[in-house]
Design a protein around this ligand. Structure first.
Ligand SMILES: Cc1cc2nc3c(=O)[nH]c(=O)nc-3n(C[C@H](O)[C@H](O)[C@H](O)COP(=O)(O)OP(=O)(O)OC[C@H]3O[C@@H](n4cnc5c(N)ncnc54)[C@H](O)[C@@H]3O)c2cc1C
Length: 389
């Protein structure tokens, strides 16, 4: 059994001061109304160009981001690697709307892939498909609406950007994750991901990974169909398994537009779906590789227990456990200390570029049933342990 409560291991990289700061932040996140108003206030101040970057940098940014540049972030990558925790970096600026912005996103992904080729602590890179193309095109493609001539040309550029990343990843031997997004965009992303897996996941290992959100009711049958295709066409599946990040948005849109929500009816239903997917993947490791993107102790323990039952080595090459930087350190560092393959998601970028990412992290930690109480309890325990020590 992995002991996630070992807080000495969990917070080994954090100084007393950093821990106290993290404690205050997570306490703040537990005050829903304050966070909601605070978030709006921050955006308001930024719109007025009031300089608050310094405050953000010393608080949420430091908690959740690796640095402003690739070079700055590498220092953290090396620190983590010393503790057997690997990383993948992501330039976390979101919502690129111009062709220039999309090309810049492409260059960032190619850059992280390039850095990864020279650093074994970076076995993965990642991209968000909508960073490479206008959202409305993903929406139209997902709804099978015909594109006009101009849109078709823009879509060809999107596919070209994605193909360049996947080809580069395969050539350099770095695994590449494709993030999952909202359901009304995801069908187009799934089709591209399948195409890329077909092309670049030949042989005994997966290079391209698609993300499957198990809060969606239809994803278990989607996984089953993927496995069927992979078996028939003889390629490997790379699966990043997550619960899903856009629940409120999905439910709200379904309600407004009057269609049944694609999201499971309860947390328990999502968990049941998630566990069934885990089982399916683990029982088919000959066909796929698992990248578990979760902060759930229960989901993590299930995989660990299964590995023990099957007598698989902790560092099995087809099983990866991943958490976001600044969250669930008790899972990451305790698993890594016992030899499991752990990989932290490290977002980076200048403060003002990564604000939407930071807001999502804060909202996630603020939501009812979110991670904050658990984080708070563990940090408190560690501070107490240090005081006694
Ligand atoms: C490394 C990593 C990569 C990620 N990449 C992506 C990505 O590409 N795309 C993406 O969408 N998300 C992504 N996520 C976020 C992820 O989908 C979850 O939102 C987040 O990790 C919380 O789920 P959990 O398994 O960690 O924890 P838990 O606390 O066990 O689960 C919380 C999740 O359960 C689901 N849930 C909660 N309440 C309900 C309810 N009432 N009804 C139905 N379902 C409910 C929601 O999905 C919620 O996020 C990623 C997370 C990690 C750690």
């Amino acid at each position: 059994m992995v002991r996630f409560e070992d807080t000495k291991t969990a917070y080994i990289l954090k100084s007393d001061q950093e821990l106290r700061k993290a404690y205050l932040l997570f306490r703040l996140f537990s005050k829903q109304l304050l966070v909601r108003l605070g978030g709006k206030f921050v955006l308001f101040l930024l719109r007025l160009r009031i300089p608050i970057n310094g405050i953000l940098k010393n608080t949420v940014y430091r908690q959740f981001c690796a640095g402003a540049t690739e070079k700055e972030s590498i220092q953290l990558v090396d620190l983590l690697a010393d503790l057997n925790v690997k990383s993948y970096m992501h330039y976390a600026a979101e919502g690129q709307r111009t062709e220039k912005g999309m090309d810049a996103s492409l260059n960032h992904v190619l850059e992280t892939l390039s850095i990864a080729t020279t650093n074994t602590a970076l076995p993965f890179a990642v991209f968000k498909a909508t960073a490479f193309g206008p959202t409305h095109l993903f929406k139209k493609k997902s709804a099978e609406i015909q594109l006009d001539k101009e849109e078709s040309a823009a879509w060809a550029r999107v596919l070209d950007r994605i193909r360049r990343c996947c080809e580069f990843a395969k050539d350099k031997g770095v695994r590449l994750l494709i993030d999952a997004e909202e359901s009304w965009l995801q069908k187009a992303i799934d089709e591209i991901a399948l195409d890329m897996m077909r092309q670049y996941n030949r042989g005994e290992q997966a290079f391209i990974f698609n993300t499957v959100q198990m809060y969606r009711k239809d994803r278990l049958s989607y996984l089953e169909s993927l496995l069927h295709i992979a078996q028939k066409e003889k390629f490997h599946l790379g699966i990043k398994l997550v619960r899903g990040a856009y629940m409120e948005k999905e439910n709200l849109r379904a309600m407004e537009k009057g269609y049944p929500s694609p999201i499971c009816v309860s947390k328990q239903a999502t968990d049941t779906n998630f566990n069934a997917a885990l089982k399916l993947i683990l029982e088919n490791l000959n066909l796929c590789e698992l990248f578990l993107g979760s902060h759930s102790e229960d989901s993590t323990s299930r995989v660990v227990e299964w590995m023990k039952d099957q007598k698989l080595p902790q560092n099995h090459s087809k099983i990866w456990f991943s958490q976001l930087y600044g969250m669930a350190d008790h899972i990451s560092f305790n698993l890594a200390a016992q030899g499991y393959q752990v990989i932290k998601y490290l977002p980076y970028g200048p403060v003002k570029e990564v604000i939407p990412y930071l807001i999502r992290r804060v909202e996630e930690n603020t939501s009812v049933g979110g991670q904050s109480p658990r984080e708070l309890g563990l940090i408190k325990k560690e501070l107490k342990r240090r005081r006694k020590g």
